[in-house]
Design a protein. Structure first.
Length: 278
C-alpha cells in the first residue's frame, strides 16, 4: 500500500529525530537529497521510518557549530521537518534519502539521545501557515529578482536551468534559490525564519548583493581581513532591511546598520552584517 505523504497540521508529531547540519536549508514543499553513512544517522533513519517518516533538519548555532568544541553543539531554536519520500541503500552501505519539506518547527526541549542521534519535543504552532502555499504579494518583485539572479549566477559562475526558473511558482523559485545558494549559517537561518515569502525574497536579494560585493574584491588578503575584522562600508549601498525592504545606513560610531528611521538595527560581527529577523 503506498504511503500517504499528505499530512494535516493536527497530525504533526510532538517528538522529532534531529539531523543537525550547518549551511543546509530545508523549506516547506521543497526537496532535499541527503546521504546517510554514520551509524547514528542510520539509526535515526530506522527510527524515522518506524515513527511517521519525519526528520527535523536544524542548524548548529553560530557559536557552537564546531563539533570539535562540543560533541552535541547548541542548536538554533527553529528548524524544518521533512518527510522521507524515497530511500535506497548503496553498495557501500550508505543510504540515499529524499526529504520533502513539511513545516517549520520550534524546539521546546531536547530529549535524551537514542542510539547516538538527537531528539526533541517541538511545537509547530508558530508556523501553521506553512501548510498554505504562499505567493508574492508584490508581483513586480519576481521580474526584478530574476534580473538580479541572472547577474548573481553569472558573477558566481553558477549554471541554472532558466526554462525551469521561468515557469516555476513564486514559492518554488524563492525557496529553491534560498536552499541552493552558498550562504553562511546565520544567513541560511535568516532565510528559514522569514515571516513571509516576500520577506524571504528581500533577505535573499540582500545576501546575493553582499556575495557579489565580496567576489568583486580582487585582493584575497584584503577579503580575508574584511571577513575577520573590519566592516567594508562599500557594500552598504547593496544592503536592504530584511523586514522592510528599505535601504540600510551605517553608524560608524556604534558599528551597526539601521534603517533611516532607526526602528530596525542590525549588529555587525567580525565584519559580517547579521541581517537576521527576530
Amino acid at each position: 500500500m503506498p504511503y500517504n505523504f499528505d499530512k494535516n497540521f493536527e497530525e504533526l508529531p510532538e517528538t522529532l529525530p534531529l539531523f543537525p547540519l550547518s549551511k543546509v536549508l530545508l523549506l516547506p514543499r521543497a526537496k532535499l537529497p541527503l546521504n546517510l553513512f554514520e551509524n547514528k544517522y542510520l539509526h535515526m533513519l530506522d527510527y524515522a521510518l518506524a515513527n511517521g517518516r519525519s526528520i527535523g533538519m536544524i542548524q548548529p548555532s553560530e557559536k557552537h557549530r564546531d563539533s570539535k568544541i562540543r560533541k552535541d553543539p547548541k542548536l538554533y531554536s527553529v528548524g524544518c521537518a521533512g518527510y522521507i519520500t524515497a530511500f535506497s541503500q548503496t553498495n557501500d552501505n550508505r543510504y540515499e534519502i529524499i526529504l520533502k519539506g513539511l513545516c517549520r518547527f520550534e524546539l521546546k526541549s531536547e530529549l535524551n539521545s537514542l542510539n547516538g542521534f538527537r531528539r526533541a519535543k517541538v511545537t509547530w504552532k508558530p508556523f501553521k501557515s506553512d501548510f498554505v502555499r504562499p505567493v508574492l504579494k508584490n508581483k513586480e518583485k519576481r521580474s526584478v529578482f530574476i534580473e538580479n539572479l541572472k547577474f548573481y549566477l553569472e558573477k558566481m559562475s553558477i549554471n541554472a536551468d532558466w526554462e525551469a526558473i521561468e515557469v516555476s511558482s513564486d514559492e518554488d523559485l524563492v525557496n529553491s534559490i534560498s536552499m541552493g545558494c552558498p550562504f553562511d549559517v546565520n544567513e541560511k537561518q535568516a532565510l528559514l525564519q522569514a515571516k513571509s515569502l516576500d520577506e524571504r525574497l528581500d533577505i535573499l536579494v540582500s545576501l546575493m548583493k553582499m556575495s557579489m560585493s565580496f567576489s568583486s574584491v580582487s585582493n584575497i588578503s584584503e577579503k580575508l581581513s574584511w571577513r575577520m575584522n573590519d566592516f567594508d562600508e562599500t557594500i552598504v549601498p547593496f544592503l536592504i532591511c530584511p523586514k522592510t525592504g528599505k535601504d540600510l545606513f551605517y553608524d560608524k560610531k556604534k558599528k551597526v546598520l539601521h534603517t533611516d528611521d532607526k526602528k530596525n538595527i542590525y549588529k555587525i560581527k567580525k565584519g559580517v552584517p547579521l541581517l537576521v529577523v527576530d
